[in-house]
Design a protein around this ligand. Structure first.
Ligand SMILES: [Ca+2]
Ligand SMILES: [Ca+2]
Length: 462
């Protein structure tokens, strides 16, 4: 750890000459994100260290038309993204773009939460802005009118790629609202968003493209109205209830929807197409359970048996998704692209021997901790593990971590968090994962018996 920090400082010292693009470090040098942006010149990178950012300067953040990147230390690493958090505390949105920002204005690898605004609870792209928003997680944000996670209006054209939007809400467009705009939404996961109309996406007077996205557990999928033109490809829309998955409305003028290489629950018959509106429905579409699975980074992986695998429009390589995966094992998408959202492949997975110290885990035990020993495969150093990335069953973060100088580390997990994550049973497989400084991932499993208090008492009486 110490070595890594020293190296970082050395690199900054060598390369931060004024003639080159600078790294603006938050909070080390600038006390908030806005202050770092205000100090930035074209091409600079505002580097936001892991942590939770609140207060003025960390909400209603304005890029002021600058071609700069505002990002976490490692947007490609989900754990870094998950631990670099802009918390708007329900007081405003996180970002507002209104000065003609183009594709070189980037927001990358940040988690945005508790945003609240009239339009765009997380991010609002106004007046002819076309920023790039990538690898962001926008969650639990809300808008009074449109776009719980993100709104675009006034001829804006944001590129939204590799983002997750979950648990957001609005009157229209629980995740995304587009009015007189043309957003491009690629490889995004939109789940658990709610709205009166358009639980996932609401498009009005807009031209929207949706590629390689997964929509599920939203109040409905995609709504288009008022001469909107929506093109959806290589995507999954499943279990958005009460629905419908797709709605083409004549309100304000006939709209159009083009759907191909998608898995849509209910198929063409379930799409609401109002009189005079146009639905172009490709023969390539399917209507079959995508068989979502949970994996190291959460839900919405595809099972090996899913008909969504190899069912897309082109090769994964042609679409830039060959270093991304739909499988919980993390294998790159090969051949024809799989439908739906892809996660980045872990750079490399290192085997680890995991020993949960308790062979019998009592979910109701008074002892507060579950202790776990981690032994990395030979040649790897435990001090390279990023302690904040260690997870049990992909969900529970370690409460405390001890990193040795060899391959050995120890982590403890709070027992109070195990209930609902570990099933009760005689042979329960427990998986522990984490990320190393070079971006590779370690993974190992142990088998324990899981009981609860009731069972123990019963056994004791016998
Ligand atoms: Ca494939
Ligand atoms: Ca054990």
């Amino acid at each position: 750890m110490k070595n890594r920090i020293l190296t970082t400082f050395t690199l900054i010292g060598l390369f931060a000459a004024p003639a080159f693009s600078a790294e603006r470090l938050v909070p080390l040098v600038y006390e908030n994100i806005q202050a770092a942006i205000d100090a930035s010149n074209e091409g600079d990178v505002v580097l936001v260290a892991p942590g939770t950012y609140t207060g003025p300067g960390n909400r209603n953040i304005d890029l002021k038309g600058k071609a700069i990147t505002v990002q976490s230390n490692n947007p490609a690493d989900p754990q870094t993204v998950a631990t670099t958090i802009i918390d708007c505390e329900g007081l405003a949105g996180a970002f507002v773009l209104r000065t003609g920002e183009g594709a070189d204005s980037k927001i990358a690898g940040l988690t945005i939460t508790n945003g609240k605004a009239f339009l765009g609870g997380g991010i609002y792209c106004q007046i002819s802005t076309s920023p790039t928003i990538e690898e962001c997680v926008i969650t639990k944000c809300a808008a009074n009118l449109g776009g719980g996670a993100l709104a675009c209006g006034g001829g804006s054209a944001p590129t939204i790629v590799n983002c997750t939007m979950s648990g957001n809400s609005a009157f229209m467009g629980g995740a995304i609202y587009s009015n007189a705009s043309s957003p491009s939404i690629s490889n995004c996961l939109l789940v658990g968003n709610t709205a009166n109309t358009g639980g996932g996406v609401y498009c009005t007077v807009s031209s929207c493209t949706v590629n390689s996205c997964t929509f599920s557990a939203n109040s409905s999928g995609i709504y288009s109205s008022n001469q909107a033109d929506v093109t959806i490809k290589d995507s999954i829309l499943w279990a958005d209830t009460p629905g419908p998955e797709l709605f083409v409305s004549k309100s304000g003028g006939i709209s159009m929807m083009v759907v191909s290489f998608c898995d849509v629950q209910g198929g063409k018959q379930a799409v609401v197409v109002e009189q005079g509106c146009i639905l172009s429905w490709g023969y390539s579409n399917i209507n079959t359970d995508p068989v979502f699975e949970s994996g190291p980074l959460g839900g919405y992986y595809l099972a090996q048996t899913s008909y969504c695998i190899d069912a897309g429009s082109a090769t994964a390589a042609a679409l830039g998704l060959d270093q991304f995966t739909t499988s919980k094992e993390g294998n790159p998408d090969a051949g024809i692209v799989d439908m739906g959202y892809h996660r980045r492949c872990p750079r490399k997975t290192i085997a680890a021997t995991i020993d949960i110290k308790q062979d019998i885990v009592d979910l109701a035990a008074k002892a507060p901790w579950l202790m776990c020993a981690i032994e990395l495969a030979s040649g790897y150093n435990a001090s390279d593990i990023l302690p904040e990335t260690i997870r049990l069953q992909g969900e529970i973060a370690a409460e405390k971590v001890w990193l040795g100088q060899s391959g050995s580390a120890k982590a403890r997990f709070s027992r109070s968090r195990l209930r609902g994550v570990l099933d009760v049973g005689s042979e329960v497989q427990v998986t522990v994962t984490g990320t190393l400084v070079d971006g590779s991932m370690f993974m190992g499993t142990d088998v324990v018996q899981v009981v609860d208090e009731a069972q123990l008492t019963q056994n004791g009486k016998k």
